[in-house]
Design a protein around this ligand. Structure first.
Ligand SMILES: Cc1cc2nc3c(=O)[nH]c(=O)nc-3n(C[C@H](O)[C@H](O)[C@H](O)COP(=O)(O)OP(=O)(O)OC[C@H]3O[C@@H](n4cnc5c(N)ncnc54)[C@H](O)[C@@H]3O)c2cc1C
Ligand code: FES
Ligand code: FES
Length: 484
């Protein structure tokens, strides 16, 4: 059984297909058709809903954290213990919510198909902003597409909505909602099942390890932003899933003098501050990782677990010398991330083993980390090439070199010949030229709809040149913003 609040109504679900998305659930089981399906793949934002979770503010007071999600990629079991708010819930006592009123007054809607999604993104923006901020508004709306209105009026609505943050029915009932969420806070392993399909929802890492050992055939579900596509795009069934998103030990970030330890189920949005503080290029890349909705639900562990050759975080983590802790039952082992990826979508993960956390070393003296993402669009696009450089340069000599790429091979991979060309040599144009040439030994990329093999190799080589130029002239700020 799983329990959650649908706005303020307690929903208890016993027998429900665990492959049902929140989008289908709202439309087919709750008679709430306001949430729309555009793409069913996380690209258009028409299905945006907001999910509230218990959290605490900086003063340790209980608060509800509201986040926008793509309901087309969210399975219902992941709502366990949370509050789901859809567009129907915004109008109150016959009056439009201030974000809806702002869309009306700023002429932010024409055909209206995209409008519920925009409204929900604006609602989440308003809940998370103290003042109008164009950058935040653009970030909040980058995952919402509109084919007819144009974005200027919608951005004007965002500005108006953030100016009018005067309190609404959700603020008025916050204490009551907190009490209700506490009352349904999960206490034990939950399960949603129907026929031969089931999704188990453990609370502790020990329970997760036990369940996975008993059900090695299960698919681990974190944010679902990759996994759910198997259902919505490829029409496959996922008969057994274990949802890792309620395992609190895997959702925290611990800070040590020399490293960060990031729980594998930590949403990418929550990874941002910690990584950005030490590695601004990592932060910048996360800003360009999919959309805010996807970053709110997608996790760092899911990005690694998915083992895509074009996943954005692995090349950066490999260049930083990150390790992962893998757990199987009560046994753990620590592995360098670069040794995790073996061949196309083949990893070193054993049966019933899962990624518990990611260990990211903090910057060392004289190291220079930079990362670059090349994609066709600036926002919400997958990389054609992703590059990360992390060199230690002492007295003009390269004394350590870690260079890694995504999109250049079947796995995210270090460029060993390039590193060898740099290591022990002067950091100058001649050795960079040799390292650029060596990249052709390291990689034989493929052509696909994102880029040709020639384009990929030339981009990789030019990114190394760019890194060299930027380190020579640090005032040049052209870093992660590289796009085709
Ligand atoms: C519209 C859209 C845009 C995207 N843009 C980007 C992008 O710009 N860059 C990018 O890199 N990716 C992108 N992605 C892919 C995806 O969002 C990321 O890979 C994300 O980090 C996946 O995390 P998740 O929690 O949603 O994983 P899930 O979908 O829940 O899981 C992904 C895989 O990892 C496995 N897994 C999950 N957790 C663990 C664990 N703890 N241990 C072992 N295995 C585990 C799952 O079983 C599954 O096989 C995009 C996806 C969409 C839909
Ligand atoms: S329907 Fe397009 S993002 Fe969900
Ligand atoms: S108003 Fe028509 S798609 Fe946005």
């Amino acid at each position: 059984m799983i329990q959650f609040l649908l706005n303020q109504t307690l929903r208890t679900e016993h027998a429900l297909d665990p492959n049902l998305t929140v989008l289908e659930y709202l439309r087919s089981q709750c008679a709430k058709p306001g949430t729309k399906e555009g793409c069913a793949s996380g690209d258009c934002g028409a299905c945006t809903v907001v999910v509230g979770e218990l959290g605490q503010d900086e003063n340790g007071r209980d608060r509800i954290r509201y986040r926008s999600l793509n309901s087309c990629l969210t399975f219902v079991a992941s709502l366990h213990g949370k509050q789901l708010i859809s567009v129907e819930d915004l109008k109150h006592q016959g009056k439009l919510h201030s974000v809806q009123q702002a869309m009306v007054e700023c002429h932010g809607s024409q055909c209206g198909f995209c409008t519920p999604g925009f409204v929900m993104s604006l609602f989440a923006l308003q809940k998370n902003s103290d003042a109008p901020d164009l950058h935040k508004a653009q970030e909040a709306l980058a995952g919402n597409l509109c084919r007819c209105t144009g974005y200027r009026p919608i951005l004007a609505a965002a500005e108006q909505a953030c100016c009018q943050r005067g309190g609404d029915q959700f603020d008025a009932r916050e204490s009551e909602t907190i009490a209700r969420l506490k009352a349904i806070a999960p206490q034990e392993i939950a399960e949603l099942n129907s026929g031969d399909k089931r999704c188990m929802v453990p609370l502790t890492i020990a329970d997760l390890a036990d369940l996975y050992s008993s059900h090695p055939e299960a698919r681990l579900l974190a944010g679902g932003t990759d996994l759910a596509l198997e259902v919505t795009q490829f029409h496959r069934a996922l008969p057994v899933m274990i949802y890792v998103g309620n395992v609190s030990e895997m959702k925290r970030i611990e800070r040590f003098d020399d490293r960060l330890e990031i729980g594998a189920a930590t949403p990418l949005t929550d990874c941002y501050d910690a990584l950005n503080e030490h590695y601004p290029d990592f932060g910048e890349l996360l800003h360009r990782f999919a959309s805010l909705q996807i970053r709110n639900q997608g996790t760092l562990g899911g990005n690694i677990g998915n083992a895509s050759p074009i996943g954005d975080s692995p090349p950066l983590l490999i260049a930083l010398g990150a390790q992962i802790v893998l757990r199987q039952g009560n046994q753990t082992r620590t592995l360098a991330l670069e040794d995790y990826f073996i061949d196309y979508r083949i990893t070193a993960r054993q049966e019933s083993e899962f990624i518990e956390k990611i260990i990211v070393p903090l910057p060392q003296a004289n190291t220079r980390f930079r990362a670059y993402k090349v994609s066709k669009r600036l926002d919400d696009d997958i990389s054609a090439v992703c590059a990360a450089f992390n060199l230690r340069i002492e007295n003009g000599i390269v004394t350590d070199a870690r260079v890694a790429f995504g999109g250049m091979a079947a796995i995210p991979k270090r460029a060993k010949a390039c590193e060898t060309a740099l290591l022990g040599n002067a950091w100058n144009q001649a050795s960079v030229d040799r390292a650029v040439a060596a990249l052709a030994e390291d990689f034989t990329p493929l052509s696909d709809f994102r880029a040709s093999k020639e384009y990929r190799l030339l981009s990789a080589q030019n990114l190394l040149r760019k890194y060299f130029i930027e380190l020579q002239t640090p005032h040049i700020e052209t870093r992660v913003t590289a796009y085709v």
